[in-house]
Write a protein that binds this ligand. Structure first.
Ligand SMILES: Cc1cc2nc3c(=O)[nH]c(=O)nc-3n(C[C@H](O)[C@H](O)[C@H](O)COP(=O)(O)O)c2cc1C
Ligand code: SF4
Length: 374
């Protein structure tokens, strides 16, 4: 029987348990993308809390790939000291840290990107105000190189792994999806062509970091859009990635355009609503040879345990539960297996935009109430 607290390996990386802090934008960097002491402390707390692997918030590989304020950048060597302090802080606590690499593509605006956003096609996506500029082949090649350079930097800063962001409607997902990719050249059309950009990025990274360094991907299992990438196509991409040697696939689903099926769904208030990407992940698990992680709505120990034991999934990934309880892994390990306290309200986004960093608003209010009454 698999146990959530099994020690496992992903490539050359040994993990203390099967719990992963899924990539979570914290909004704790300066306007250029330089990490702050607050962000380093956030990762230190997560490592102290016992989670097996921390995936950082999405980190832009080129300046125009930036989306949210306070997002981290790895487009330059200028932040090497802060990045090395970050990996040291996690390693000193016995943790492991993987950096998530992203280009936001058309899902940004010129205020954050500091230019007109770039995308596979000039298709405006829901919730984003500008029509992006279609990428030329030269620009595609430049971005592929930028992903490779970013991964090389990450390895030299002692990150234990890199993870490509291939979900939630960002650039890699934009190429994969017929909803946003209307190209008529070799990057558009059938799924083989729509995968081309992803594979160019993956191979460039592999060329730079070598065959032993863990390269992971967070892959959309479906866009949940009528004209978007479907699960069958995602399985095709996952199978090919596995054949090429990707070290693990974290399955998510949806984009900001997917309405109630967006990546961070609300009202996860009973076990049946948990694990909302599990069916997508199960289909991917059957097709690949590498470990599979699944993210989306995990809140209870029992659902997590069942997922690894009955569905062959290797890792359980969570984001919001660790915002409210950075020590959730240690709490479950100690035997207090009550569900995560997160009520999936998404109120934590706002302080990331307005107050220089996310935190659990519900927990803060509760503490203030307790203090008032004591
Ligand atoms: C505040 C916040 C920031 C997020 N930032 C990222 C990110 O940087 N990269 C990413 O892949 N997903 C990001 N997500 C999505 C989560 O990783 C996760 O896929 C989603 O919240 C569902 O998992 P959960 O139910 O465990 O929260 C973010 C979610 C939240 C709530
Ligand atoms: S504000 Fe707190 S309870 Fe609400 S989603 Fe964020 S972490 Fe969970």
């Amino acid at each position: 029987m698999a146990d959530l607290f099994d020690k496992t390996n992903i490539g050359e990386m040994t993990l203390q348990n099967r719990l992963v802090r899924s990539a979570t934008w914290e909004g704790m960097c300066d306007q250029d993308g330089r990490p702050t002491e607050k962000l380093i402390n956030c990762y230190r707390d997560l490592a102290k809390g016992g989670v097996g692997l921390i995936v950082t918030g999405y980190t832009f590989v080129r300046p125009e790939g930036k989306q949210m304020p306070g997002k981290m950048g790895i487009h330059t060597d200028a932040f090497a000291d802060e990045m090395m302090a970050m990996t040291r802080a996690v390693h000193d606590e016995g943790g492991k840290i993987c950096i998530q690499l992203v280009h936001a593509g058309g899902q940004t605006d010129s205020r954050n990107a500091r230019r007109q956003p770039l995308a596979p096609s000039a298709v405006q996506t829901e919730q984003f105000p500008e029509v992006p500029q279609e990428l030329s082949k030269e620009e595609i090649a430049d971005i592929v190189h930028a992903f490779g350079d970013a991964a090389g930097r990450a390895k030299s800063y002692d990150f234990d792994a890199v993870q490509l962001h291939g979900a939630h409607g960002y650039l890699i997902n934009q190429f994969l999806s017929p909803h946003t990719n209307k190209r008529t050249d070799e990057y558009g059309g059938g799924i083989e062509n729509r995968c081309r950009f992803l594979f160019e990025v993956y191979r460039k990274i592999r060329e730079i970091v070598g065959s032993d360094y863990p390269v992971l991907i967070k892959l959309t299992g479906s866009d949940f859009l009528e004209d978007g990438l479907n699960n069958e196509e995602a399985v095709y991409a996952a199978k090919k990635l596995s054949e090429e040697g990707v070290d693990a696939i974290e399955v998510s689903g949806g984009t900001p355009a997917s309405g109630e099926q967006s990546p961070a769904r609300t009202k996860i208030n009973r076990p049946e609503k948990e694990a909302y990407n599990l069916e997508l992940a199960k289909n991917i698990r059957k097709a690949v040879n590498c470990p599979v992680m699944v993210v989306g709505g995990f809140r209870s120990y029992e659902v997590a345990d069942k997922t690894i034991n009955e569905n062959g999934i290797d890792y359980i990934s969570m984001s919001r539960p660790f915002i409210r309880e950075p020590d959730l892994a240690n709490r479950w390990k100690r035997g207090d297996t009550a569900p995560a306290k997160c009520i999936s309200c998404n109120s934590c986004f706002l302080p990331g935009i307005k107050e220089g960093g996310i935190y659990c608003v519900v927990e803060k209010k509760l503490r203030e109430k307790k203090q008032e009454s004591s």
